[in-house]
Design a protein around this ligand. Structure first.
Ligand code: PLP
Length: 399
């Protein structure tokens, strides 16, 4: 096969990785295998497969051929030895945390993690006596001091959602290695097109595949990639506790991923133009996009990422009242809780990433009332900017 001889680039891998080993009947596409269980005439063969002495499948909660193709594609894109998948991104996150943490352990993370992740740290892990220290995302002195005190796991997310802050993964991974801590990175917003955390020193990288990997907002899923040894432990927790990715969703994610490079390239070119447009708008207080030279972490982003991604956020001067007036005016827009889809999607932080948080919690996180997350789609960017122009004209007429 050519792919054994050529070290393919990431756009090629997005199309081909994980596919060929899973084809049947000469079909050019991976099938959706919906079988709950796999049948064996030879009991010894069955036993060997169950003991993982030979390849195969036993039961759908554990493994499935369509799901396995999706996992292999993710592993190859992240440059990982192995991957295992989940019903959702939050299942990936909670399963990783419960696999490795024990009562008395300490976790260091950041205040700006995804809302659901934040709840794991503030609500569920303390229930099982795991101490969770959430640091100011921009204070390296604080993060490094907390790591140096000793911790089992450092949990990072970069860029963050929806504030789009950037963390220096390599620097913090180094600090963690010094105390023997495991480093876990949520790479959902960057995608493996722009950032491969395992190459920056992370031990595990995870995605909400619901977002950019799938790209079409029609399938939920999660995935974690890393070494055989670590992924096997997370897989074992998931096969027993049961947050399994469904085969039909795995197929949709697999199909979506073939265009990942194409979509992300387009989305970030447009995101840059929209960020510049928003920066020039008198009704906007603040624009968060790491591609802007004015972004506080632009230097780290430029070093660490191959592109700046398709997500930005901006704060409207009039707060939630302005959001209520403006968002319904947009034509090429879903007003929805997801991101990373082919359609442009707008969502106030308080109804999307941080819907799980109270108003007080959001204020403590520095999330402005009028903060809107914008996930740029694959439409023609001139139309998207014209749409914003129209909505701002309306807003101006009402204030
Ligand atoms: C959406 C999201 C999650 C959670 O994923 P689900 O698939 O909704 O469970 C985790 N992290 C980030 C950064 C996300 O955007």
């Amino acid at each position: 096969m050519h792919e054994d001889k050529i070290e393919a680039q990431i756009g090629t891998k997005a199309v081909w990785a994980g596919e060929k080993n899973h084809r049947v009947f000469n079909a050019s596409q991976v099938p959706v295998v919906v079988s709950c269980a796999y049948t064996y005439d030879d009991v010894d063969e069955w036993y060997d497969v169950a003991l993982e002495k030979r390849p195969g499948h036993i039961y759908g909660r554990n493994t499935n051929p369509t799901v396995e193709a999706f996992e292999q594609k993710c592993a190859e894109l992240e440059g990982a030895e192995a991957a295992t998948s989940f019903a959702t991104g939050m299942a990936a996150i909670s399963n990783i945390l419960y696999t490795f943490l024990r009562p008395g352990d300490r976790v260091v993370s950041i205040k700006d993690s995804y809302g659901g992740t934040n709840k794991m740290f503030t609500e569920f892990l303390p229930n099982v006596d795991v101490e969770c220290v959430l640091c100011d995302t921009e204070d390296y002195d604080e993060i490094e001091a907390e790591i140096a005190k000793g911790c089992k796991l450092l949990y990072l997310e970069s860029p963050t959602n929806p504030t789009v802050k950037i963390l220096d993964i390599e620097r913090l991974a180094k600090a963690s290695k010094a105390v023997g801590a495991m480093v876990v990175v949520d790479n959902t917003l960057a995608t493996p097109i722009n950032q491969t955390p395992l190459m920056l020193g992370a031990d595990l990288v995870l995605h909400s595949a619901t977002k950019f990997l799938g790209g079409h907002a029609d399938a939920l899923g999660g995935v974690v990639c890393g070494s055989h040894e670590l992924v096997k432990q997370v897989y074992h927790y998931r096969e027993i506790t049961g947050a399994t990715l469904q085969p039909w969703d795995a197929y949709l994610l697999l199909r979506g991923m073939k265009t990942l490079e194409l979509r992300v390239t387009r989305q970030q070119t447009s995101a840059m133009k929209m960020a510049e447009y928003l920066q020039g708008c008198d009704l906007v207080d603040q624009v968060n996009y790491p591609g802007l030279a004015t972004h506080r972490h632009h230097d780290v982003a430029a070093r660490q990422m191959r592109g700046y991604g398709g997500v930005l956020s901006f704060a409207l001067k009039g707060g939630m009242d302005a959001v209520r007036l403006m968002l319904p005016q947009l034509g090429f827009a879903n007003r929805a809780a997801n991101l990373g889809a082919v359609e442009t999607t707008y969502g106030p932080a308080r109804t999307t990433s941080h819907v799980e948080c109270t108003a007080e919690e959001r204020a403590a996180l520095g999330i402005a009332d009028g903060l809107v997350r914008l996930s740029v789609g694959i439409e023609d960017v001139d139309d998207l900017i014209a749409d914003l122009d129209h909505a701002f004209a309306y807003l101006r007429s009402r204030i």
